[in-house]
Write a new protein. Structure first.
Length: 202
């Protein structure tokens, strides 16, 4: 039986289940994560006054993945960009299209709020992530030589929508009722990186 992914914004009661997922995700970077740092990040994700946001991916009421992103305007134009910073899916739920579905959820949120684009990056060695990203976004040149490939997904009204995801998806969009949608295709990526140093999980 196929698992159904339910996507919503993170809430305060998610902390105890989000914490071990984030700690597992952070092992890739070999960066010590203190309790104070975790609490500060969690406060930012929940704060309506901050541009950092979090979504929870749930199966059978259990949190099995998350996405963190930052929305910021360009000071030289009227463009608003979403920087997708972290995306993670628990190992037991990978290769089911859930990572791509969470990207699609954030993109649809952005369309509704008037964002111009989403941006993120993937390591050049992460071929599975690139396989998904090349389907749904375009590669953009980097201003410096680094170990990442940079991606951009346009969110303007006439831009193509993501149509590469699996069926069995439910999501709650801001200020809207429950929205159930079916998609076709596979997503092979587990996590994505963007914003700041960029992060991903294979």
């Amino acid at each position: 039986m196929n698992a159904v992914l339910f996507i919503r914004n993170v809430v305060e009661s998610d902390y105890t289940t989000w914490k071990p997922l984030y700690l597992d995700y952070s092992k890739v970077w070999n960066v010590p994560i203190t309790e104070d740092r975790l609490i500060r990040l969690w406060e930012l994700l929940l704060s309506p006054k901050h541009s950092t946001h979090g979504i929870a991916g749930c199966v059978d009421d259990s949190l099995i993945g998350f996405g963190h992103y930052i929305v910021s305007p360009c000071l030289f134009s009227t463009n608003i960009t979403c920087h997708l910073h972290d995306l993670y899916v628990s190992p037991g739920y990978r290769n089911r299209g859930f990572a791509g579905t969470m990207i699609q959820h954030i993109a649809e949120t952005g369309r509704g709020e008037g964002w111009n684009s989403m941006r993120w990056q993937a390591r050049k060695t992460n071929k599975s992530a690139q396989k998904l990203y090349d389907k749904i976004a375009k590669r953009v040149p980097s201003q410096s030589e680094d170990e990442f490939i940079h991606y951009e997904l346009e969110l303007l009204p006439d831009a193509p929508r993501i149509e590469v995801l699996k069926s069995g998806i439910e999501s709650t969009m801001p200020n809207q009722a429950l929205d159930s949608t079916s998609f076709a295709g596979d997503a092979h990526c587990v996590a994505v990186a963007s914003g700041g140093s960029g992060r991903e999980s294979a």
